[in-house]
Design a protein around this ligand. Sequence first.
Ligand SMILES: N[C@H](CCC[C@H](N)C(=O)O)C(=O)O
Length: 325
Amino acid sequence: MKMIKVHGSGNDFFILDEKQVDKNLSEEELKELARRVCDRKTGLHGGSDGILYVTSGHDDSVVGKMRVINADGSEASMCGNGIRTVARYLSEQNNLTDFKIETMYADLEVKKAKDFAPKVTAFDAEISPVSFAASDLKMHIGGKEKLFNEVVPELSKTLKFSAVAVPNPHLITFVNHDELMGPELGRIATYLNNGKNPIFPDGVNVSFVEILADNNIFVRTFERGVGFTNACGTAMSASSLIYSLLYASHTDLEDLITVRNPGGMVNTKVHQREDGSYWMSLIGNATFVAKVELSQERALIGDFTDAKWVATTEQAAYENFVGSL
Ligand SMILES: N[C@H](CCC[C@H](N)C(=O)O)C(=O)O
């Protein structure tokens, strides 16, 4: 089978197109393949944060469908960094620059954006739908319908949290630099993703956000189904939305927001539709690191000795870009 190693802001994945498999994958095999390939110690070439499985879409109104399989084999409804790389893959396959990709809950618009730097290709992805409803978040906090900028004593005596689904679930709090870099994010996120806590039984992506300046934030995320990642596109989009609501005197809807993260930088915009609903634009790199060909049968048992790895020259370009930030 053939895959492409990609990343968005250092959040890395293998794109697997259903047309490139050796043999049809069952649901269980797809999840087992993710667990095997993504493992940071025993996986394929250092592993990854997940697999982006590309299949045909529901009809001609979309160019393809993206499914998101986390490194632990769980499936997520959306991946912001990932959809930019799938957009580039489908753009180049179909010679298109502005089209829609089917995801679990919505067909999302993607379009080619201006390169972020030489050989740092960029795409702009719609992040939607957005919901604050506890039911959409699978969140249980004493019957609360919504959680917006409130202390949750079971988590922290001081931090104020907001929860939003975009549509995957995010829990966000604004912190100072010491808190951003401290142990609390790992402690809180590990508890909320332990599969036993009563608040988010299905888990949640947890982000700490530091405001660097107006329209300039730093987002650090512990992802459901993965752990700490270099960046989380839906988290950066969700954090931008909460920022625009909580700090309205420092930013306006449609403003271009710079979002720094441990893996680099993206831009976001927060939009509001006539009906009052929100959606975001997530604009950032879609880097192709390497092409890889390997036996699917052997990959399913964690044997990658036959893998043929052909690197592109894009990673060096991306690292130069990050070095210039
Ligand atoms: N771990 C996430 C899915 C991947 C999202 C992230 N990688 C992004 O770029 O949005 C979840 O289980 O909801």
